[in-house]
Ligand binder design. Structure first.
Ligand code: KG4
Ligand code: ZN
Length: 363
């Protein structure tokens, strides 16, 4: 198949084992409860993006059950990769390489994707790069323009591209990080959470309010119609560019316990709690932007899907373009892993077969 059509810069192609040049990367992601594979061109153009979510499988446990996640990844990984290649109309010789998440995440889950990727690299001779899941989330904003996923059909239309340098806020179920991003493959972590992640705070709040799992979207929905000033939640100060959400969780628990059964003001509590989390995130962004000449703010991770957060950021920083991926690229996906891996593959890097997974690897 043809890969891209448009002429690409000299160093922007990878010579495949068959001697052909390619800019297509197969991404594989299994760090948590999504089995995902995608084919992405040059870190930007999404040819396919397949995600098998395990959310309903874990819902009865109120969180991700690691053993269940690993077993389901084993069942789904091969069909998901096959579907990603089929959707892209690509075959192995068309690829420049493979990129797989090596951490952070659940060790057993990560191993399924990493071992599948190693097996494929061995069988095909393709180079393989191990990608940090958080760098994947950073790359997710390069895959869309104004919230619309860049596809082979739209790629040539001169769409606005993600500007650098920018301030990135990664807010997911496992992570909350503020990152200064100079270039697609150059960044510096400015701060992060000292305890719970923002998404984790939403998930725990949902459990306390009896809303179910995953909590973020349910809290957001429950907050509609609630008053965000009904309950006072104090956002901790004096942490520099770090966050802390465990105090908010304890405060919510106290409010919940103060009410009798059946008379919990769920909408007001959800709205007030959500407002406090959003306030904490927006305040830290403001502090991080002081003295830095950012061209944009980019939000990534599952919590980026939160409408209240988007509205608050847009209102607080009206002069800065706000980049937020479409929902399917906010939560875990393999397109972002392929995008993050592209820059290293284009430089000729290959991590080979000996790399390990790292459950608690940072940025
Ligand atoms: O990035 P992600 O899919 O997985 C991790 O890498 O952790 O993020 C999942 C997290 C969950 O905690 C979920 O509750 C949260 O993102 N989330 C939301 C919303 N949608 C998902 N939090 C707040 N508002 C939402 N609309
Ligand atoms: Zn994630």
């Amino acid at each position: 198949m043809s890969v891209g059509g448009a002429a690409s810069p000299m160093n922007d192609e990878v010579v495949s084992s068959q001697g052909a040049t390619s800019r297509l990367v197969l991404g594989i992601e299994t760090s948590c409860d999504e089995t995902a594979a995608a084919v992405v061109e040059a870190g930007r153009i999404v040819h396919s993006n397949v995600i098998a979510s395990q959310a309903t499988l874990h819902a009865p446990y109120g969180g991700v059950f690691p053993e269940v996640a690993s077993r389901q990844h084993v069942r789904d990984i091969v069909p998901v990769i096959q579907e990603a290649l089929r959707d892209a109309g690509a075959d192995w010789p068309d690829l420049a390489g493979i990129a797989v998440t090596s951490g952070p995440g659940l060790a057993g889950a990560l191993l399924v994707g990493a071992n599948a990727a190693k097996g494929l690299a061995m069988a095909t001779g393709l180079p393989l790069v191990a990608v940090n899941h958080l760098e994947g989330h950073l790359a997710s904003n390069a895959l869309h323009s104004g919230g619309a996923i860049i596809t082979p059909e739209t790629a040539g239309e001169g769409l606005p591209v993600l500007p650098y340098p920018h301030l990135a806020l990664i807010v997911s179920g496992g992570h909350t990080d503020l990152v200064w991003v100079d270039a697609a493959d150059r960044h510096q972590r400015l701060g992060g959470t000292r305890d719970d992640a923002a998404g984790e705070a939403f998930d725990k709040a949902a459990r306390m309010l009896g809303l179910g799992y995953p909590g973020g979207p349910l809290v957001e929905r429950a907050a509609t119609g609630g008053r965000s000033d009904a309950f006072a939640f104090t956002v901790p100060r004096g942490l520099g560019l770090d966050f802390s959400f465990s105090g908010l969780k304890t405060a919510l628990l106290r409010h919940v316990e103060a009410h009798g059964e059946g008379e919990l003001p769920v909408a007001d509590l959800a709205a007030s709690f959500q407002a406090a989390v959003v306030r904490a995130l927006v305040e830290r962004c403001a502090a991080a932007l002081e003295g830095r000449d950012a061209r944009a703010i980019a939000v990534a991770g599952g919590v980026a899907a939160n409408g209240t957060l988007r509205t608050a950021l847009a209102a607080r920083f009206p002069e800065l373009p706000l980049w937020v991926p479409p929902a399917v690229l906010c939560t875990d996906n393999a397109a972002m892993i392929a995008a993050a891996g592209w820059h290293r593959l284009a430089r000729g890097e290959d991590d080979g077969l000996a790399f390990d997974v790292g459950s608690s690897m940072g940025l």
